[in-house]
Design a protein around this ligand. Structure first.
Ligand SMILES: C[S@@+](CC[C@H](N)C(=O)[O-])C[C@H]1O[C@@H](n2cnc3c(N)ncnc32)[C@H](O)[C@@H]1O
Length: 279
């Protein structure tokens, strides 16, 4: 499968203008490169996939779309989730793509990119070892990063449609191939109730913004996070820009509720847009 976005379309159109021939482009949003043949009617990829100029123009006209080319058909990677009644799509950046849920990017993309965003979150709780709970799979970047050093990562996603999109994202490949990652489909709010007390050595809680998933910021949920964490272990909780007015307000409530359920040593991590608490 080939996945393309506007910057590859720009490069192909540029090659058409400056003369046909063979050029190098990325077929997987920047992970690898391949040689393609730029001809009068379109572009030929190494596996004999063919993309006409109309299709290249279609990709070029979308700022926020990623497109897959499979068996000669071009399709935008987007869908409507009947589960959550939200539009979900893959959005390109200069690095790893992000997930758009109801128009909200699920990773930081201003002044950073989703890969760096993931590393910054993980650094707040490193070393990442033992049994890790990742409460919100998304594109799986936090689960993939944590799995590099953890024994096992249990990751939960409420929306199967998100996982369908992740399947089409070249940057999410490890989510489906790494045996150290166990995927669960369900509502974290409910799934967490089935875990035993003290069964995790680290929790990464990276929920959507408060307005999309208020229950994941509730005291009842924090109580469960506390219960399933081993004594002395840490929780990273993504919140949003701690310097913004809304970020400050949400963070105040989060810290208060985390304290109420028993977390201590709660530290703000403005660089990671979140806080770390210890059980
Ligand atoms: C900010 S994204 C997570 C990004 C992810 N950590 C990554 O690295 O790609 C939040 C994800 O949580 C999912 N989600 C929302 N509510 C949820 C819930 N109650 N239980 C589990 N997942 C949920 C959303 O569908 C979305 O995919």
């Amino acid at each position: 499968m080939i996945v393309l976005s506007r910057s590859q379309a720009d490069k192909l159109l540029n090659a058409r203008e400056t003369g046909m021939g063979t050029i190098s482009v990325t077929p997987d949003l920047g992970l690898t490169k391949c040689e393609v043949n730029v001809g009068e009617d379109g572009v030929r990829f190494p596996d004999v996939q063919w993309l006409g100029w109309d299709e290249v123009m279609r990709i070029r006209s979308s700022d926020v779309g990623c497109f897959m080319l499979e068996e000669g058909k071009l399709r935008k990677i987007q869908t409507f989730s009947e589960h959550t009644n939200r539009h979900i799509s893959l959005m390109p950046t200069d690095g790893a793509p992000t997930l758009l849920v109801a128009g909200f990017p699920m990773h930081r993309i201003k002044g950073t990119d989703p890969s760096q965003d993931t590393l910054t979150k993980i650094e707040t709780i490193s070393p990442v070892i033992g049994r890790v709970l990742d409460t919100a799979t998304g594109l799986g970047y936090t689960a993939i990063e944590a799995s590099k050093t953890a024994e096992v990562v249990i990751t939960i996603e409420i929306d199967p449609v998100v996982l369908e999109i992740a399947h089409l994202n070249p940057w999410s490949k490890d989510l489906f191939e790494n045996p150290k990652i166990e995927q669960l489909i369900g509502d974290s709010f409910e799934v967490i109730q089935g875990f035993e007390d003290g069964s995790f050595s680290l929790i990464i809680h990276d929920p959507p913004t408060f307005s999309l998933a208020g229950e994941l910021y509730s005291q009842a949920f924090y109580h469960q996070l506390y219960r399933v964490l081993e004594r002395g272990s840490r929780l990273f909780h993504y919140i949003g820009d701690l310097e913004s007015r809304s970020g400050k307000r949400v963070a105040r409530g989060v810290v208060e509720r985390l304290r109420e359920v028993g977390f201590n040593c709660i530290r703000r991590h403005p660089e990671a847009f979140g806080v770390v608490g210890v059980r």
